[in-house]
Design a protein around this ligand. Structure first.
Ligand code: C2E
Ligand code: MN
Ligand code: MN
Length: 405
């Protein structure tokens, strides 16, 4: 089946026109052997390439291209299937935008396209090409620095560490993972993640409980989370806890119980954030509303967790505006090289800005992901890049810093 990949990248400084032509000629030959055709656009600073062929062949070529150090910041913009090649002539054409006057460049490009006029009008690949040629894509393009210009500081302890030993009869414990403001090197919140005996994951912990006791266990476990937080020297930081919305719905006086536990540990409700996941909120939206009102009335903040992973997405915000939105790791992973993820996350950021909702990116593992997100305007981050969760204590944090020249 005929497939297409489009990517865009930035040229490394050192590519001369002669070397470029040689590169294209060389790869044209190699590509012809596996029937990969397309076009390589160049505006002096960026490449924009369309690769067409069988998915296997196109991926092989794309893999090889990704390794090439003559360019960086590769972003895959599109991966799709089509009935016919847009550039049916054999080989890979090189198209330098600077060879044409501004008003002629689009026509010159379209002349190379081997589709019917009708197809050209509706073809996404052609639309992508036009957007690049006309410079429209620059409005949304975020140029990031090369990751090797950055390094991580040695992990550093932050708040004073609790000397905390859970009681032997405690049925669960909590690991803490910080949410950080990298630009000002501050911790904004510590998230408490539940752990079963011997460090079992939340899924394992809840699975071994009978369904009838799950909500009760979830709610009551929070007293341990607050106890742990009470031992941290929290100042402007908040403590974030995860709860199934149903734990607040089916258990009588659940919110009152939470508030009582918070105060009992010497904390204020304003220092607490309750995180609920998108999917759970939708499934029992009406029932959850009164719990939301009680939490807000007490001064507790709400965060929508794993945002973008569920079925509702942005439409959920039409009826329910939390204080914070945590963008799901699936959207964050490799965001620096995925055009679709970038478009979705930009939309989430724009929407949350308009609604004054704080955006947190979760699951950040790579410097490049963090660089792109910072460039897009995200300020708060959580992920293994900065710190992994640590049992009963706040882990030390690694901060990105520019490498000395
Ligand atoms: P979550 O609230 O979205 O928490 C983040 C999860 O992602 C944690 O897994 C954390 O260890 C992991 N994580 C954080 N940064 C990274 C990263 O950079 N890369 C990767 N690969 N993973 C990262 P954990 O602790 O296994 O928790 C899983 C989920 O269990 C949580 O997702 C939360 O929805 C739920 N959960 C945790 N504690 C509780 C609780 O007390 N009650 C309820 N109802 N659910 C909880
Ligand atoms: Mn969470
Ligand atoms: Mn999450």
């Amino acid at each position: 089946m005929l497939s297409t990949i489009i990517y865009r990248s930035q040229l490394s400084e050192s590519v001369s026109p002669e070397r470029l032509q040689a590169l294209v000629d060389h790869s044209s030959l190699r590509n012809a052997a596996i029937e990969v055709t397309g076009i390589l656009l160049l505006d002096g600073q960026h490449f924009f390439q369309v690769l067409e062929g069988s998915m296997e062949a196109v991926l092989t070529v794309y893999q090889r291209i990704s390794q090439d150090d003559r360019h960086f910041n590769l972003i895959e913009l599109m991966r799709d299937y089509a009935p016919a090649r847009r550039f049916g002539h054999a080989g890979m054409a090189l198209f330098d935008l600077r060879d044409y006057p501004q008003h002629k460049v689009v026509d010159a490009l379209l002349e190379r396209v081997t589709l019917s006029d009708e197809r050209i009008r509706h073809d996404r690949v052609v639309k992508f090409l036009r957007s690049f040629v006309e410079g429209r894509d620059k409005e949304t393009f975020i140029a990031i620095e090369q990751a090797d210009r950055w390094q991580l500081t040695a992990p550093r302890a932050f708040l004073s560490q609790p000397t905390w030993q859970p009681a032997p009869d405690q049925r669960c414990e909590f690991a803490l993972q910080p949410i950080v403001d990298v630009a000002s090197r501050r911790i904004v919140s510590c998230e408490a993640l539940i752990r079963g005996p011997k460090g079992a994951s939340p899924a394992e912990y809840f699975a071994q409980l009978h369904e009838s006791e799950r909500y009760q266990a979830d709610l009551h476990s929070k007293s341990y989370a607050f106890q742990l937080a009470g031992h941290l020297d929290l100042r402007e930081q908040t403590i974030s806890v995860n709860l199934l919305p149903m734990s607040l719905v089916v258990i009588e006086d659940a919110v009152e119980y939470l508030i009582q536990q918070i105060r009992h540990q010497g904390l204020r409700p304003e220092q607490v954030v309750v995180e609920v996941t998108e999917d759970e909120v939708i499934s029992r939206f009406d029932a959850f509303q009164s719990a939301v009102q009680q939490l807000k009335a007490a001064g507790i903040s709400l965060a929508l967790d794993d945002f973008g992973a569920g079925f509702a997405g942005l439409s959920l915000l039409a009826d329910f505006q939390p204080d914070k939105v945590k963008i799901d790791r699936k959207l964050i992973t490799d965001i620096h090289c995925s055009g679709p993820r970038q478009a979705i996350v930009r939309a989430i950021i724009t929407c949350c800005q308009a609604l004054e909702i704080t955006v947190i990116a979760e699951g950040v593992e790579k410097i490049e992901e963090w660089l792109w997100l910072e460039g897009a305007g995200v300020r708060y981050f959580q992920g293994f890049l900065f710190a992994r969760p640590a049992l009963n204590t706040l882990p030390p944090i690694s901060w990105p810093e520019r490498r000395p020249l």
